[in-house]
Design a protein around this ligand. Structure first.
Ligand code: FES
Ligand code: FES
Length: 158
């Protein structure tokens, strides 16, 4: 049986991915078929947030999402260019705050914050942002610099 190629828009560009079975995770499609290794695999069980991407603007755990479930959607990963102003701002804030050490968790944090800012803008309360990050784990930083990055984003003019 012929399987139709998977249609996605990834970081603003159309992607047509052949031979994607129904049980393939979006995480694997991104990393192994499209070569986008910025999205990380941590726990594989929805507990660490390392695999967070945006699907049609919403924070999504790509380890728990089947690629075929999001057929036709727009997927944004940490590799998106600076034309995505929200992601660019969040990346810059994490960098300025030194909010990473090994960096393994960072793409997930950046995309989770970007998802919330996209939804709520900088009017999002600090507690809301921190709550949205409750599913993202970091083994290195102690979170202080990550919270500093969040505070800097909220302090930026709208
Ligand atoms: S790898 Fe997806 S939540 Fe941990
Ligand atoms: S910076 Fe190493 S896990 Fe977060």
């Amino acid at each position: 049986m012929t399987v139709e190629p998977l249609r996605l828009t990834v970081n603003g560009r159309p992607a047509l991915v052949p031979d994607v079975p129904g049980n393939e995770r979006l995480l694997d499609t991104l990393r192994w078929r499209l070569g986008m290794k910025g999205t990380k695999e941590g726990c594989r069980t929805g507990d660490c947030g390392a695999c967070t991407v945006l699907v049609d603007g919403e924070s999504t755990l790509s380890c728990l999402t089947l690629a075929r479930e999001v057929e036709g959607s727009s997927v944004t990963t940490v590799e998106v260019g600076d034309e995505d102003e929200v992601v660019a701002r969040v990346r810059a804030a994490f960098s300025a705050a030194g909010a990473l050490q090994c960096g393994y968790c960072t793409p997930g944090f950046v995309m989770a914050v970007a998802g919330l800012l996209r939804e709520r803008g900088t009017s999002a309360r600090r507690e809301e942002i921190l709550e949205a990050l409750g599913g993202n784990l970091c083994r290195c930083t102690g979170y202080v610099a990550i919270v500093r990055a969040v505070d800097a984003l909220r302090a930026e003019p709208k």
